[in-house]
Design a protein around this ligand. Structure first.
Ligand code: UD2
Ligand code: MN
Length: 287
């Protein structure tokens, strides 16, 4: 039986489980960045069921899982609007209970993608009992909604195919772009390293963490693992990290003492916008 109106608070318990295969998936999605990204007010109007910090729940069924989408971020305003434009409708068709967290690095110091993702994890679980976490570059937009962001049985690499790399894996151990782990899996690896300042290496370090914790990476088939990357220059403050090669050689020795259990930061502000929760954070970045 499908109720004819959205559940009110407290009615949720009587909703049927959402089906394993969401009925409204469309497969390929036409993604283009040729237009100017829509204004936030337009995106809000286009996504009326998203509210309260970018949170959505399917109105007519109980989602199979609760997932936080965590975006490491600084000064990519137009990318964020493209991301919201395409990803909100896609995630709704996937019938997930999800919320979007934009973790915005304060200041002009060295960027630290991995530490920002740890912060997103730590702040999101204060708000809801998320079961899994999709760590997501702001400039990647999914081109096939059959790549469902549901909780993975093993750490999942979602962005296997990216247009920039001709939709092929540049190397088999790549674990950057978009990844998804359950809370248990993320805790088991002690989260990401906090020590990768600047561009590169943090994703390979996470690959190592997964491997040294006795887990394997899984991926969807290449015909649905497809993303478009918004083209961009390398920012000032995100220059390649010269220590990265040395750091990823040492993951096995460092991972137990560098991660969730050593995470330190100061929240500058936490704001629930309609389409996303913004967490601006001081991560004590070196210049
Ligand atoms: C690759 C990886 C990325 C990460 C990075 C190395 C893929 C598809 N992508 O991306 O996941 O491992 O290499 O660190 O494998 N960002 C900002 N503001 C900045 C700089 C970065 O918001 O000033 C965020 C944003 O979410 C961006 C992400 O960090 O998408 C990765 O940075 P990038 O896009 O400059 O790096 P890229 O494309 O080489
Ligand atoms: Mn990029």
């Amino acid at each position: 039986n499908i109720p004819d109106k959205p559940a009110e608070a407290g009615e949720e318990a009587i909703l049927p489980d959402c089906p394993e295969t969401p009925p409204d998936l469309q497969g390929n999605i036409d993604v283009s960045f040729a237009h100017t990204a829509p204004e936030i007010s337009k995106l809000e109007a286009d996504n009326p069921l998203v509210k309260d910090g970018g949170h959505y729940k399917p109105p007519y069924c109980k989602a199979l899982c609760k997932v936080a989408i965590v975006i490491p971020y600084r000064d990519r305003e137009e990318h964020l609007r493209y991301f919201l434009e395409y990803m909100h409708p896609t995630l709704q068709r996937q019938q997930l209970d999800y919320a979007i967290y934009v973790v915005n690095q304060a200041g002009t110091g060295k960027f630290n993608r991995a530490k920002l993702m740890n912060v997103g994890y730590a702040e999101s679980i204060k708000d809801h009992d998320f079961q899994c976490f999709a760590f997501h570059d702001v400039d990647l937009v999914l081109e096939n909604d059959k790549s469902i962001y549901s909780c993975p049985s093993s750490p999942r690499h979602l962005s296997a195919g990216v247009d920039k790399f001709n939709y092929q894996l540049p190397y088999s151990a790549i674990f950057g772009g978009v990844t998804e782990l359950t809370k248990e899996q993320f805790q088991k690896v002690n989260g990401y390293s906090n020590s990768f300042w600047g561009w590169g290496g943090e994703d390979d370090d996470m690959f190592n963490r997964v491997k040294f914790s006795g887990m394997n990476i899984i991926r969807y088939p290449m015909d649905i693992s497809r993303y478009k990357m918004i083209t961009h220059q390398r920012e000032k403050g995100n220059e390649p990290n010269p220590k990265r090669f040395d750091q990823i050689r040492r993951t096995k020795d460092t991972m137990a003492n560098d991660g969730l259990n050593t995470l330190e930061y100061k929240v500058v502000s936490k704001q629930k916008n309609k389409l996303y929760t913004n967490v601006t954070v001081d991560i004590m970045a070196p210049a």
